[in-house]
Design a protein around this ligand. Structure first.
Ligand SMILES: [Zn+2]
Ligand SMILES: [Zn+2]
Length: 368
């Protein structure tokens, strides 16, 4: 296919998706449009995967690797003058356009072995979409998966790309503490939940983990007591934000958080429980796919950036953790300003064809 023809297609798709930004699990028009494009390209199409997800499958008919390329579809909600509105401020419309362009390009040239899955996932921003796709069971035969995300201008310029964008793990931990009410004049008859919560906070702040792996534990919300000044409070609530650059350190820290919560409360005769822990695992990439990405980037752009480490999270990493899929993830420069998640985010759309071509080189070297 003429590159300019493919580029035109990708830009058209992008303009369409950009005009219909929809938030997590509400990607109805977006997924319907993507499914219709995939049907036109003669892919086997599975719709309503994990809610609003779409999967397109191209089968060579010969044995070989089952390779998936995943795009996310959701936009973000903003507020102005009391009104909410949606914007594709994280570039998920760009990712979907690149992967649809890839589907078209691969269909045109064909594959000689294995299968290609193009996966359009809902709700990346809510960090629930990947889990829903996994629960659907539709990705059971996938062995390898690639992802791609636009990068802010500070990380990569137009014409640059990194072969691995290494996200950290992050978790939110919600804790509730239970004490016993008493009169302020008789504190020895009660159990002060605020005191117990403070003991927990001190324990959390004293947590130590491998200093060679960047990490942090911090209390981001603390609520305790009532407006009644002479009442020993019986309840407190804490929220903790935990970050770690790899999954081992995250697990280590979460174990210590559990101990700090349990023993901090018990040391004052109170009870505490973790109401829930929610988050994303860290990137755990396959070296072979990272090397393949580097080669593809060099082929397309002349040279490749180094691997980029970011404390940001991505629910893409549930695919490797929960399904054992080997993964790779490209960060693509697009002169994107002022930043991701900014309502005025914009970038140079000539980056899209570059991203599609990088993915195409990788798919071709895997599936022939
Ligand atoms: Zn985002
Ligand atoms: Zn994003």
């Amino acid at each position: 296919m003429e590159s300019s023809e493919l580029e035109k297609y990708i830009i058209n798709v992008f303009n369409k998706l950009h005009s219909i930004p929809e938030i997590a699990f509400e990607e109805f028009q977006t997924s319907a449009y993507i499914a219709s494009q995939l049907k036109e390209l003669d892919y086997e199409v599975i719709e309503k995967v994990g809610g609003t997800g779409v999967i397109g499958i191209l089968d060579s008919g010969s044995p070989g690797p089952v390779l998936a390329v995943r795009a996310d579809m959701d936009a973000l909600e903003f507020e102005k003058d009391g009104k909410t509105y949606n914007v594709h401020a994280c570039g998920h419309d760009a990712h979907s356009s690149m992967v649809l362009g890839l589907a078209k390009q691969v269909k045109q040239t064909g594959i000689n072995k294995g299968k290609l899955y193009v996966v359009f996932q809902p709700a990346e921003e809510g960090l629930f979409g990947a889990a829903k796709m996994i629960q659907s069971g539709m990705l059971a035969e996938v062995e390898e998966m690639l992802g791609i995300h636009l990068r802010p201008i500070q990380e990569a310029r137009l014409g640059q790309a990194t072969p691995a964008l290494v996200h950290g793990a992050s978790n939110r931990v919600d804790i509730s503490v239970k004490g016993l009410n008493a009169h302020g004049a008789r504190p020895h008859l009660g159990i002060n939940a605020v005191d117990a919560a403070v003991a927990i906070v001190n324990g959390l702040n004293a947590i130590k983990a491998d200093p060679s792996v960047s990490h942090s534990v911090k209390v981001t919300s603390f609520k305790g007591g009532t407006d009644t000044f002479n009442l020993i409070p019986s309840a407190a609530k804490l929220v903790v934000d935990v970050r770690a650059q790899n999954n081992e350190v995250m697990e280590d820290i979460l174990e210590k958080v559990k101990l700090a919560v349990e023993y901090g409360a018990r040391s004052l005769g109170a009870q505490a429980q973790i109401d829930f822990i929610r988050g994303v695992p860290a990137a755990d990439y396959c070296h072979e796919l990272t090397n393949l990405a580097r080669k593809a980037i060099v082929k397309e752009l002349g040279e490749s950036l180094e691997i980029i480490t970011t404390p940001g999270g991505e629910d893409f990493h549930f695919y490797s953790r929960d399904l054992g899929i080997k993964t790779g993830y490209i960060g693509l420069g697009a002169d994107l300003t002022p930043g991701l998640h900014h309502p005025d985010m914009s970038f140079d759309p000539s980056a899209l064809i570059k991203g599609t071509n990088i993915l195409f080189h990788m798919v071709k070297s895997k599936l022939g």
